[in-house]
Ligand binder design. Structure first.
Ligand code: ZN
Length: 98
């Protein structure tokens, strides 16, 4: 992921730090099929990583999903089932607060 400079003045809702304009990679499982979008504009908190997607970016994603233009490239992606892992039942245990 390539980071770009620029402070936006938006405040992170999780930690209160100032979010920065950035570009992120985004994966999506839409009804029209899976897709990965690279270099997507976003606001990212440098402290905790909280990411906010501007409305205009969501609109661009919706257009991509609907129109499905020729992509930059195709990749194959491994799919995992966590229930197959040893100790998977522990992952399903209710979360406890300290
Ligand atoms: Zn934050």
């Amino acid at each position: 992921m390539t980071r770009t400079a620029g402070v936006t003045g938006l405040t992170c809702p999780d930690c209160g730090d100032t979010m920065q304009h950035d570009r992120v990679d985004h994966s999506s499982l839409r009804t029209s099929g899976p897709m990965i979008v690279e270099q997507m504009p976003a606001f990212v908190c440098p402290q905790c990583g909280y990411t906010a997607i501007p409305a205009a970016t969501w609109e661009a994603l919706d257009r991509l999903a609907a129109e499905r233009p020729v992509p930059a490239r195709f990749i194959s992606v491994p799919v995992y089932d966590l229930s197959d892992l040893p100790g998977a039942e522990a992952l399903l245990a209710p979360m406890k607060r300290d």
